[in-house]
Design a binder for this molecule. Structure first.
Ligand SMILES: Nc1ncnc2c1ncn2[C@@H]1O[C@H](COP(=O)(O)OP(=O)(O)O)[C@@H](O)[C@H]1O
Ligand SMILES: Nc1ccn([C@@H]2O[C@H](COP(=O)(O)OP(=O)(O)O)[C@@H](O)[C@H]2O)c(=O)n1
Length: 231
């Protein structure tokens, strides 16, 4: 090594996309923590802007009302994978963004182009500022937000596995109803005009249906290490 200087690992940008319940958040947080990278949950940002719209009485069935308000909330994401945070106008909304009300409305809000432009700008600024690199998880990270990411992963799993995982998190949840709600949200997210949920052509697809979370984490860590070594 030149002058005996310690070689620092180059910053690495990892995009992890896929539908709900495929393991994006758990995998991304663990991979980022293990490799000393930042972590960004972009779904939390779309949930946060949806929470703001609902709380401020914006009609979420009216795209022009959503578009007009899209620039108003100040959304800040903390990117430590050990304790990710999300605030809107200084208020911690980590809990409120997970309610059924927000979950049922987030697809409509996130389909509005002005919302996507706003949130995409935030995401790119956060990724650009991540010194060691970042794992960014969402629906359109590999295709639209960070098309030059070093590594793109697309996680999938059967609707049954996803519904079982999600309903396992919610008390008293009905698996069949959870499955229907997931499929409805997938359909809305995959068919919107602007930046739909999609696998990038150069993404590595991993079906997590029959893998443990630990196996998925190890698979992604290995892929990131290979990319880092080649940089
Ligand atoms: N491979 C897996 N096997 C079993 N459970 C998993 C697996 N991956 C994730 N989970 C669990 O499924 C639930 C949803 O995972 P999460 O990471 O939030 O998915 P996503 O971010 O894609 O919606 C969590 O409770 C998580 O612990
Ligand atoms: N990059 C992203 C991430 C999320 N979203 C939207 O935000 C919603 C919530 O995302 P999420 O990742 O929190 O959803 P879960 O996987 O937690 O169920 C999605 O259903 C999409 O409508 C998006 O449009 N683009």
């Amino acid at each position: 090594m030149e002058n005996g200087a310690a070689r620092t690992a180059p910053a690495v940008i990892v995009a992890i996309d896929g539908p709900s319940g495929t393991g994006k958040s758990s995998t991304s947080k663990a991979v980022a923590a293990q490799l000393g990278l930042s972590y960004l949950d972009t779904g939390a940002q779309y949930r946060a802007i949806t929470w703001w719209m609902v709380t401020n009485g914006i009609d979420v069935d009216d795209p022009s009302a959503i578009a007009a308000a899209a620039g108003k909330p100040d959304i800040v994401s903390g990117t430590d994978p050990a304790s990710p945070t999300i605030t809107v106008d200084g208020v911690d909304v980590a809990g409120p963004i997970r309610t059924q009300e927000v979950t049922s409305r987030v697809s409509a809000v996130s389909a509005v182009p002005e919302v996507r432009t706003r949130i995409t700008e935030l995401q790119r600024a956060i990724a650009a500022g991540a010194v060691t690199g970042i794992v960014v998880e969402g629906r359109d990270i590999g295709t639209t937000v960070l098309p030059d990411a070093d590594l793109k992963i697309f996680l999938t799993a059967s609707p049954e596995a996803r519904a079982a995982r999600r309903s396992g998190e919610l008390k008293d949840a009905d698996v069949a109803a959870t499955r229907e709600a997931l499929l409805k949200r997938d359909a809305a997210d995959s068919t919107r005009r602007t930046s739909p949920l999609a696998k990038a052509d150069d993404a590595v697809e991993v079906d997590t249906s029959d893998l443990t979370l630990q196996q998925v984490i190890e698979c992604v860590v290995t892929l990131v290490e290979e990319k880092r070594a080649a940089k």
